[in-house]
Each structure stands twice: as C-alpha cells, then as structure tokens.
Unconditional design. Sequence first.
Length: 113
Amino acid sequence: MAQRIEEGWLIVSCDFCGTDWDGQSAVMEGHRGAIICLECLKVALGNLAPGADAYKCILCLRDPIPAVIARWHHEKHPDVFACRGCVHQAADVFDRDSSIDWIWTDRPRAPIP
C-alpha cells in the first residue's frame, strides 16, 4: 500500500509505478488499499508472464501463487506483483465504467481460469 502523509494530507500512490493519485485519474483499489493506476494496467495487460518463483499478488493478497501463473511487475518495483486474475478483473471494471475513456480491445473471449 503506497500511502504517506505530506503536510497533513494523505497521499495515495500507485503501488506499481509510484504515481500519486490526483483524485481524478482512474485507479483500482485491491485489498488493504493496494492501488493500480490505469496506465500500469494497460502495460500489465500486454506484459503478463510466468516467473521463476511463487509470488504474492499485492492486489488480491493470494500467497503463494504458483510461478506458472502469469504476473506483472513494474520496473520501479520488481518485487510487487499483480496476478493475471487481478489484472483481468481490473481491466474488466475499467472497461465497463462509462466515465473512463478506455476500452479493453484485447479482451479474451473465454474466461481465464
């Protein structure tokens, strides 16, 4: 959870890229306040991949997730992961929100297990 207090104000940031939330931009909150911004989500959708070791998803808090399950991390925070399920769930929510100017053009046709 990327939060801090500055001059008496709570500052919330994307857990992946570290961008401070301005109160207007599209973000998705996971469990216990973990945040992914729309810009990170767009990158994550195109870069999901399995890894070498089991991991914990900061958004759903599943732990351990087998290494074969695709995940994404931002280069700024290589130890902070989003699992494929959370990335797809967030993309679905952003895509269905008419107030967000974004369409998930590469949506899978069949549900992803």
